[in-house]
Ligand binder design. Structure first.
Ligand SMILES: C[S@@+](CC[C@H](N)C(=O)[O-])C[C@H]1O[C@@H](n2cnc3c(N)ncnc32)[C@H](O)[C@@H]1O
Length: 392
């Protein structure tokens, strides 16, 4: 079957690589999505294992529609009893980029009417709508007059991993965190530090990557489990196969934050993800943080705006740059921010820049390489200066 995996802007290539590793065929990167071909087992596997997938849909029908009546008629041509019964519940997601169909919500409403009316006309009873946990979630995509009707196999967004019991302000999307770690080329080969961890999303996603723990390990349900063709035995096999690939991790992940509350929340989330053995969480401001080990990379998601108490955001980013230089010699540091002006105040040369979106905010994910030895000169000077002053 055709399978379309939706993702976030900038993560298409990472996702395509993940799909390739999973065994997908005819992989094609699209805009904020990747399509491939696979069977039902691969669809279950993709939902369970892909870290950079937001939703996974399977197209069941395409047609052209020049007005709402065309849309209604063509939706009714599909035999919906193949996919659900009148006692099941239904949700519709509409996405329209079209001069004819300007309102996605209206497209969804018209589609819902067509499906519900089909059941009522045939059986006298209509399925109800349930937007959060429906038996069937249908996706309608309209580009100009071209309509694609798909079934949503994920049910709820896959970024909801199930390990976040609580969050700090501005938590990063789990899919974005997993994408950033993979874009940074980290897969568990060294230590990793997030010095502004908030709720601990980056450390937890990193630990899941390093141990090969399936992204959906702690999810309570997937949409396909409510489908009429759900194959329980196949699903059990898929889960077992993924679990058998979990591997040991011989390095350490460190999470720090200046807030006591963040430390508590991150600790709880780390426990919920069962990653206590791999992640060390501590309270420490970045201003005073020394590198926890000689090995490894740093990935951080600092505050982007001026909601900081008493501190100018540009000065705050200047401090980050100064600390990179002083305390993180020999380290590769990655930082994501939407504040382009503040980023300039880091004051160091970037070796990579990637455009990503954190929600609606356009961000840069930038890499800094602090070469070992860049501090050697000043240190030698200061040692000899000290000797000299002792001599004096
Ligand atoms: C955008 S949030 C990080 C969100 C996090 N990635 C998550 O998923 O929850 C930024 C974090 O930086 C922390 N922070 C701000 N200034 C800091 C400093 N000087 N040192 C350490 N942490 C700091 C805040 O307490 C906040 O938790």
């Amino acid at each position: 079957m055709d399978i379309v995996v939706k993702t976030l802007h900038g993560l298409e290539e990472v996702l395509a690589k993940e799909i390739e590793q999973l065994g997908g065929q005819n992989i094609r990167p699209l805009k904020r999505a990747v399509s491939f071909e696979g069977d039902l087992g691969l669809l279950y596997k993709a939902n369970f294992e892909l870290r950079t997938a937001m939703r996974i849909i399977t197209p069941i029908r395409t047609f052209t529609a020049r007005n709402e009546n065309d849309l209604y008629r063509n939706i009714q041509k599909i035999d919906w009893s193949e996919y659900m019964s009148n006692s099941d519940t239904l949700a519709i997601d509409g996405v329209a980029s079209s001069r004819i169909f300007r309102h996605s919500k209206y497209v969804a409403l018209k589609t819902k009417d067509a499906i519900v009316d089909q059941f009522r006309d045939r059986t006298g009873k209509r399925p109800n709508v349930n937007v959060l946990t429906p038996s069937l979630r249908v996706n309608i995509h309209i580009h100009d007059d071209f309509v694609t009707v798909s079934l949503d196999s994920s049910g709820e967004s896959l970024h909801k991993r199930g390990y976040r019991t609580d969050v700090m302000e501005a938590p990063i999307n789990e899919v974005l965190a997993a994408g950033m770690i993979q874009l940074a080329g980290w897969h568990g080969q060294s230590d990793l530090t997030d010095p502004m961890m908030g709720s601990g999303t980056i450390p937890i996603e990193a630990a899941m990557i390093a141990t090969n723990t399936p992204a959906g390990m702690y999810k309570e349900w997937f949409g396909f489990q409510k489908w009429r063709n759900f194959d329980e035995a196949l699903w059990k096999d898929v889960q077992q196969e993924a679990m058998d690939k979990i591997k040991p991790f011989n390095h350490k992940i460190y999470g720090f934050d200046k807030e006591f509350k963040a430390m508590r929340i991150a600790q709880r989330n780390v426990q919920a993800a069962r990653m206590e053995d791999h992640i060390e969480v501590k309270r420490k401001p970045f201003e005073r943080l020394e590198r926890p080990s000689d090995d490894g990379i740093l990935i951080m998601n600092p505050p982007y705006d001026v909601r900081l108490e008493n501190t100018d955001i540009n000065e705050f980013y200047e401090m980050i740059g100064a600390r990179f230089k002083k305390a993180w010699e020999g380290c590769h540091a990655w930082i994501i921010s939407s504040n382009m002006e503040a980023l300039k105040h880091i004051g160091l040369r970037t070796s990579r820049k990637i455009v990503l979106f954190n929600g609606a905010l356009e961000c840069k994910f930038q890499k800094y390489e602090m070469y070992a030895g860049s501090r050697r000169k000043p240190r030698e000077v200061s040692v000899s200066a000290k000797l000299k002053s002792n001599d004096d």
